[in-house]
Design a protein around this ligand. Structure first.
Ligand SMILES: Nc1nc2c(ncn2[C@@H]2O[C@H](COP(=O)(O)OP(=O)(O)OP(=O)(O)O)[C@@H](O)[C@H]2O)c(=O)[nH]1
Ligand SMILES: [Mg+2]
Length: 200
């Protein structure tokens, strides 16, 4: 629910990462509170919306959940172009997916928006007994690259809401405050390639 007098931000968010890391599962957990043990691989991309209120703003997320299979790689720029936030996901039980996540971060840095809010997500924290990637390794890489880092489990729901809350807070902070006396309603602001709509 939007809080009265609060600014409203519409933000495009993209999820990237290797196949099977749990991108769709994270979104389904966040948007619908669901989890499936046998989640089908995404074909191309899937679109979801969700609204989240934080102290500073109400954020309307337009979420693009991309397919991790290599054959869809060339489609990715369509989804991260104009994004305000990117969530790069790996699976803590697979070093290969961490290597792939680093490549996504590099691609975003090369071709994406310098103001992009970026999160590195270490998913499947419930699989600690099969862990191949240490928490510190993810944290260190994220820090080096100006991203925030969080370990999640779409299965147990651990830290899933926290992930999206943190992104919403960072977007709210990046969105300029409404100057008094000027009506910014429905004004669309494009700042250095970043698409941002402060609607109220
Ligand atoms: N144990 C565990 N399994 C998970 C978790 N998240 C997802 N999975 C499982 O991992 C598999 C892949 O999950 P998806 O959400 O389809 O992964 P994806 O990243 O969307 O995969 P693509 O669409 O192919 O890119 C599914 O069988 C999920 O049930 C988690 O946090 N813990
Ligand atoms: Mg998927």
């Amino acid at each position: 629910m939007a809080r009265p007098g609060n600014k409203i931000i519409q933000a495009k968010l993209v999820l990237l990462g290797d196949m099977g890391t749990g991108k769709t599962s994270l979104v389904l957990r966040f948007v619908k509170g669901q989890f499936f043990d046998h989640q089908e691989p995404t074909i191309g991309a899937a679109f979801f919306t969700q609204i989240l209120s934080v102290t500073e703003a109400t954020v309307k997320f337009d979420i693009w959940d991309t397919a991790g299979q290599e054959r869809y790689h060339s489609l990715a720029p369509m989804y991260y172009r104009g994004a305000a936030a990117a969530v790069v996901v790996y699976d803590i039980s697979s070093t290969d997916t961490f290597v792939r996540a680093k490549k996504w971060v590099q691609e975003l840095q090369r071709q994406g928006n310098p103001n992009l809010v970026m999160a590195l997500v270490a998913n499947k924290s419930d699989l600690d007994s099969k862990r191949e990637v240490e928490n510190e390794d993810g944290e260190h890489f994220a820090q080096e690259n100006g991203m925030f880092f969080i370990e999640t489990s779409a299965k147990s729901a651990q830290n899933v809401n926290e992930l999206f809350y943190e992104i919403a807070k960072r977007l709210a902070r990046a969105c300029p405050p409404k100057p008094s006396g000027i009506n910014l309603n429905n004004e669309r602001q494009v700042r250095r390639g970043k698409l941002f709509c402060c609607l109220g």
